[in-house]
Design a protein. Structure first.
Length: 69
């Protein structure tokens, strides 16, 4: 993908349909596990803040995925 194609795809925004989640790949180096320092209310707020960038039709699916992360 060249720069022009990349810019064009970014301008299109978030797609209407979500791709299927990929299984966790143990062969890939992932970020280290962080300390669990947020309260339940703070976690809920963080998920709500993240979801505001996505269409409401995807909130149920994405909220579950974000909560797992």
């Amino acid at each position: 993908m060249n720069l022009t194609e990349f810019q064009s795809s970014v301008k299109q925004g978030i797609p209407a349909g979500l791709p299927q989640p990929l299984p966790y790949d143990t062969d890939v180096n992932h970020a280290p596990v962080r300390k669990d320092i947020l309260s339940a209310a703070d976690k809920k707020l963080a998920i709500r803040n993240a979801l505001r960038y996505f269409d409401k039709q995807h909130h149920t699916d994405l909220a579950k995925e974000f909560a797992e992360d």
